[in-house]
Design a protein around this ligand. Structure first.
Ligand code: SAM
Length: 100
């Protein structure tokens, strides 16, 4: 198994069921989580909240966007004049992000 296939397998497992040990405990701005589906929150394995750096009309690129939690949070901050782009190598994670 290569590093790439190992990372793919690990995050595919996380897209299908919640993997508690894949998650870093991070405090997010709860006001930006209120609109998010619970599944996106439960299956997010992020390690930091960059939302304080995001401003109205920004164009945000999330490389390794996973379940899309940061994208959904950033979309609320950039507003109609901004744009948020999520990129991920894992089709299972992309399917989860697109589900909602
Ligand atoms: C820990 S999650 C981060 C999710 C989100 N960005 C956050 O901070 O909450 C990491 C994601 O990065 C993706 N990833 C890892 N290496 C990648 C690569 N080389 N190219 C694209 N995506 C990658 C994984 O598939 C996984 O969904």
């Amino acid at each position: 198994m290569t590093i790439e296939t190992s990372v793919l397998a690990r995050y595919s497992a996380g897209a299908h069921s919640v993997q508690a040990d894949l998650c870093c405990p991070v405090d997010y701005d709860r006001s930006l989580l209120a609109l998010l589906p619970q599944e996106i929150i439960d299956k997010d394995y992020g390690c930091g909240d960059p939302s304080r750096y995001v401003k109205t009309d920004d164009i945000v690129l999330d490389l390794g966007s996973g379940s899309g939690k940061i994208c959904y949070m950033a979309a609320q901050l950039v507003g109609d004049g901004g744009k948020v782009i999520g990129v991920d190598m894992n089709d299972d994670m992309l399917a989860l992000a697109r589900k909602y």
